[in-house]
Structure formats: structure tokens, C-alpha cells
Ligand binder design. Structure first.
Ligand code: ACO
Ligand code: KIV
Ligand code: MG
Length: 565
């Protein structure tokens, strides 16, 4: 292979921030931030087919249901579809009083005017102005000096004030983003933001939103946190500004950066559901919000029916939510591997026994039920699975609680089946395998119970008298013993020459109430040293035990049943 130049030579390390007394590492998040969804703007500008009005309305309704109170609904100057949607929404009467619509505009006169026009008639709204401030954008995009770039922001801020003054019927709020903040010099971002504040004149009761974007994520999230803390510490009149975070995910740490940014003093988070957005996406609001749940903080957003949220998001964005996406992905609460399944099963059993509500199920950081998910998909079985896995599936689907050694016995059969099929085994596969292995399936067994009676002899022993189907032919049989089990064992020994003893017996009800059925499990040892299991299920618990013995008789006479695939 030809030697290629080392690509690392093309890049430079991101400089450290000079913040020796940084406080954020020892802070924790204790309250939720203000949330802004930019799904209808940053999300919408990054999908292949931007949403039409119908889809935007649908997404907007979802955001209201989730409880988002600040929604960036678009970029009004982008085109007529965008303008009409925003203007239509404003006049639809469906924007709740406590919800603020936000629109984005470049710092250009015609675009700002158009943005205000789209909000004509709104009871309140946020107009969001931006221009990039970092060296690369100054040099390459604007080809301007620092002063000239600052003046773009100042002129835009003045236009915001002027346009708002023409429309006193609306309660206006302003947001300013020094776009590319995280790759700009901090003193310059502060200078530009201060200049904007001087024009707008925000107060503690009417703060400006200063949104500090990691437009393109370029460093580890601790650097972003340093930048936020530095900015908060050095902004004059800090109380007249709400500090907002807007992270992207280019390095895969958009959520981490937002969380550390909150620890560093920010008040607000902008992002998209499931992290849609330019390139690798925006900060995922679902993840940041649900991470708060797991720290005992109510995020104030409702994801209790997460599948419905996903369905709408996928429909509107025409992009799938990845199966591994935190909290929402189809597979995130599913264990295929044996040791995980074992721990989860034990975790659920312990959870049922504990006297408090704390969630402590291994491998499940959150209770799937809190997101409207059931427990069925928590364990799925393939060739990586262990006995806890399929025991769980049988328990969920059939109510069977297999004794531990029976789980181990059944395990070889499931593993064989999984290896043979080379695919996931569903609940029906496992149940089918179980019925065949332990002769619960009518067409396979040599011995099957038709009916029986039990009577007591004068010496106190029990007499079993019954009809057993043997290779399809009914046969009357009987035997005597100290109890029902031993009388059936005697019958099997004396009539069919099957000599085995019961080494373990257990039974349990399947479900609750008078109509509940029962399951019985028998471990046996033959005189020739072979061991095995029998299983019986019946409406009556004693009959379940007899059936379990006949199931054992089938195994003892010609080994456990084999699977057919
Ligand atoms: C990081 C972000 O997500 S920013 C948001 C990005 N979103 C969008 O751009 C979606 C909507 N945008 C659009 O529909 C179009 O870009 C429009 C309608 C707004 C503007 O279209 P056009 O004027 O045709 O083109 P375009 O956006 O390329 O404008 C580039 C010009 O604006 C300037 N410009 C770019 N951003 C800004 C800004 N924030 N403030 C002022 N001027 C800006 C550029 O320097 C360039 O100037 P030049 O023509 O003198 O070189
Ligand atoms: C417009 C701004 C806020 C933006 O989307 C970004 O910088 O990523
Ligand atoms: Mg963005």
C-alpha cells in the first residue's frame, strides 16, 4: 500500500480556556432549564425534503403535547411556504398563551422586516437574530474586520428595536446568537453581545436571550463549559440576559456539552427531538430531558408515550430514529446476551419484593414503563442468550416459572435451536421448543393421560386408576403408593417397566383467581443413572402433577423430545 500523508497534520489542537478557578466541575444540575425546540427551524433546514405546512403543524402540535414552551417555528424569510406556515400559525388561535413562538433571521434589513411581518398579530414572540463571529467566518464568509462584524450585529439589533416599536400590540422578546461562538475569541463574543445589549436595553424583567452556539462542535465538552462559565462571569449586566445553549453533535458530544454548559451557568437549552439537525444533528432534547429524570429531576417535558413521539418525528422528518438512540431507540431496553438477561430478570424479581419505589434494575437505567414501553421487549433471545432469557420469555408469555435446574436443562435445547436457525427466537419459537422438549405437544408423545381417579385403600395407601394413551391406544392402568405421585410411579414401573424416582417436585398457579391453572415440574432419576424433567399443566394442580409424571415417562422412555424446525 502506498504511504499516505498523516491527516492529523491538517488540524490544530483546540486551545485551552484560561479559567483557573472554574466552578462548573463541582456543580450539579438541580433544576430543568428553559427548553427551546428548533425542530421546525434548525431541524427543518437540514432534512432532505423540508416539511410542508401540514407536517409542520403536526410537529408543532406534538411539541405542545410534550410541553415545550418556546418553539422556533421557522425562518420566515426563507420562502413563501415558511412565511405562510408561521403567519397561519399566529392567526390560527391554537398557540397557547404560555407558549412563545420564535423565528430566526440573518442580520439583514429585508429579512428582518419579513420576519416581523410573519408574526403580525402574535400576542408575544421571540425574534432571533444571528451572525457568525469566529475568525474563519469573518475572514472567509464576510471578509470583514472584527469591528465590521460587530456592526452587523448592532445594525440588526437596532432593526429589531425599530420593527418592534411599530407593533406595540405584541410583547416582543429578542434573542441574539453570536453564531460560531465556540470557535470565536471569547473577548470578541462578549464585545458583540454587550454591543447588542446596549442597543436593545434589556432588564432583569425583560431579559435578552444570548444564545451561545457550538455551531460546529470543535472541542471536548469541558472546553464548551469553560467558555460558558467565562462568558457568564464576564458579561456586564448578566441578570438582564438569559444564557442559552445551542450545541451541535459533530464530535458526538452535543448532549454532554449542553449538560456541562448548564453546570457552567446557562439557563436555557435549544435542540431537536432525537437530535435531528445539521450534519450530525443538534443537541437531543429528549436525551437531555430524560437524563434529568434519572437524576431525580422532573424535566418538565412529557415523554410518557415515547413511541407516539417517535412516530410523529419520523413521519415529519422522513428520517428514522436509530434503534440505539438513547431512551427512544427500539433496542435500547432490550438485552440479547445471557448475563444481562440474568441480571435484568433478577432485578425485576427484586423490584417486586422491595418496599420502596427506587429503580434499581441492572442494565436498565430507566423504567421503560415511564416512557410508555412494556417489558416484553426487555429480553429477546438469540444465540447469545442464556437460561434467564428464555425463562423470562416463558414467564411473560405463558406464566411458567421454571425451577433453576429445569432452566439449565431446557437451555441446551434453546441454544441448539438458536444455533441451527441462526436468527432471533421469538416467544412462539421458545414455547414450541418447550412443548416439544417436555412432551406437552399431543402428536409427539408416547404416553398421554386421558383421565384418572385416586382412592384410598383400607391400609391408608393411595390407589391410582386411570386411562393412559400409549402410542395412540387407550389402556386402563393402576398402581398403589403412599401418595398420588408414588402411586403413579408404581403404575409406570409395574405396567411399562419405567423405573425412575422423583428427585425434585414443584408447582405453582398460573395467574390468580379461581380459574387459574397450575404448572408442575418433576425432576427424575432413572435406575440406569439418566436424569431429566417432566412438566405438566392443568386446571387442577394434582392433575398437573400427574401430567408432569407422564411427561417424565416420555423422556425416560426415549429421551427428551427433539425439535423440528
Ligand atoms: C447556523 C445556522 O443554522 S444559520 C441558519 C441557516 N438557515 C438558512 O439559511 C435557511 C434559510 N435561508 C434561506 O432561505 C436563504 O439563505 C435566505 C433566503 C435567507 C437568503 O438567501 P440569499 O440572500 O439568496 O443567500 P445567502 O443566504 O447565501 O446569503 C449570503 C449572504 O448573506 C450574508 N450573510 C450570511 N449570514 C448572515 C447574517 N447572519 N447576517 C447578515 N448577513 C449574512 C453572507 O455574507 C452573504 O453575503 P454576500 O452575498 O455579500 O457574500
Ligand atoms: C443560528 C444559530 C443559532 C445556529 O443554528 C447555530 O449556530 O448552529
Ligand atoms: Mg444550529
Amino acid at each position: 500500500m502506498p504511504m499516505l500523508p498523516n491527516p492529523s497534520a491538517k488540524y490544530r489542537p483546540f486551545p485551552q480556556i484560561d479559567l483557573p478557578d472554574r466552578q462548573w466541575p463541582s456543580r450539579t444540575i438541580t433544576t430543568p432549564p428553559r427548553w427551546l425546540s428548533t425542530d421546525l427551524r434548525d431541524g427543518n433546514q437540514s432534512i432532505i425534503d423540508p416539511m410542508d405546512s401540514a407536517k409542520k403543524n403536526r410537529f408543532f402540535d406534538l411539541l405542545i403535547e410534550v410541553g415545550v414552551k418556546e418553539i422556533e417555528v421557522g425562518f420566515p424569510a426563507a420562502g413563501q411556504t415558511e412565511f405562510d406556515f408561521i403567519s397561519g400559525l399566529v392567526n390560527s388561535g391554537k398557540v397557547p398563551e404560555d407558549v412563545l413562538l420564535q423565528v430566526l433571521t440573518q442580520s439583514r434589513e429585508d429579512l428582518i422586516k419579513r420576519s416581523f411581518e410573519s408574526l403580525e398579530g402574535a400576542h408575544s414572540a421571540i425574534v432571533h437574530l444571528y451572525n457568525a463571529v469566529s475568525p474563519a467566518w469573518r475572514d472567509i464568509v464576510f471578509r470583514m474586520s472584527r469591528d465590521e462584524v460587530r456592526d452587523i450585529a448592532v445594525r440588526g439589533a437596532q432593526m429589531l428595536v425599530d420593527e418592534a416599536a411599530k407593533r406595540p400590540g405584541t410583547k416582543w422578546h429578542f434573542e441574539y446568537s453570536p453564531e460560531t461562538f465556540s470557535t470565536a475569541e471569547l473577548d470578541f463574543s462578549l464585545e458583540v453581545c454587550e454591543a447588542v445589549m446596549n442597543v436593545v436595553g434589556p432588564t432583569k424583567d425583560w431579559p435578552i436571550i444570548l444564545n451561545l452556539p457550538a455551531t460546529v462542535e470543535a472541542a471536548t465538552p469541558n472546553i464548551y463549559a469553560d467558555q460558558i462559565e467565562y462568558f457568564c462571569n464576564n458579561l456586564p449586566n448578566r441578570e438582564a440576559a438569559a444564557i442559552s445553549l445551542h450545541t451541535h453533535n459533530d464530535r458526538g458530544t452535543g448532549v454532554a456539552a449542553a449538560e456541562l454548559g448548564l453546570m457552567a451557568g446557562a439557563d436555557r437549552v435549544e435542540g431537536c427531538l432525537f437530535g435531528n439537525g445539521e450534519r450530525t444533528g443538534n443537541c437531543c432534547l429528549v436525551t437531555v430531558a430524560l437524563n434529568m429524570y434519572t437524576q431525580g429531576i422532573d424535566p418538565g417535558l412529557d415523554f410518557s408515550d415515547i413511541d407516539r413521539v417517535i412516530e410523529t418525528v419520523e413521519y415529519c422528518n422522513e428520517l428514522p430514529v436509530h434503534q440505539r438512540h438513547p431512551y427512544g431507540g427500539e433496542l435500547v431496553f432490550t438485552a440479547f446476551s445471557g448475563s444481562h438477561q440474568d441480571a435484568i430478570k433478577k432485578g425485576f424479581e427484586a423490584h417486586d419484593q422491595q418496599n420502596d419505589e427506587y429503580w434499581r434494575v441492572p442494565y436498565l437505567p430507566i423504567d421503560p414503563a415511564d416512557l410508555g414501553r412494556n417489558y416484553e421487549a426487555v429480553i429477546r433471545v438469540n444465540s447469545q442468550s442464556g437460561k434467564g432469557g428464555f425463562a423470562w420469555v416463558l414467564q411473560q408469555g405463558q406464566g411458567l416459572r421454571l425451577p433453576k435446574r429445569l432452566q439449565a436443562d431446557f437451555s441446551r435445547h434453546v441454544q441448539f435451536m438458536a444455533d441451527e436457525l441462526g436468527r432471533e427466537l421469538n416467544a412462539a419459537d421458545i414455547w414450541d421448543c418447550f412443548r416439544q422438549t417436555y412432551y406437552l405437544q399431543v402428536d409427539k408423545r408416547r404416553f398421554a393421560l386421558v383421565d384418572y381417579d385416586e382412592s384410598r385403600a383400607s391400609d391408608g395407601t393411595r390407589i391410582f386408576t386411570g386411562t393412559v394413551e400409549v402410542d395412540g391406544e387407550e389402556q386402563r392402568v393402576s398402581g398403589r403408593g403412599k401418595g398420588l405421585i408414588s402411586s403413579v410411579l408404581a403404575t409406570l414401573r409395574d405396567t411399562f417397566g419405567l423405573d425412575f424416582e422423583v428427585t425434585d417436585y414443584s408447582e405453582h398457579a398460573l395467574g390468580t383467581g379461581v380459574d387459574s391453572r397450575a404448572a408442575a415440574y418433576i425432576e427424575f432419576a432413572c435406575a440406569d443413572g439418566r436424569t431429566g424433567w417432566g412438566v405438566g399443566v392443568d386446571d387442577d394442580v394434582a392433575t398437573a402433577g400427574v401430567r408432569a409424571l407422564l411427561s417424565a415417562a416420555n423422556s425416560a422412555s426415549h429421551g427428551p423430545g427433539t425439535q423440528r424446525f
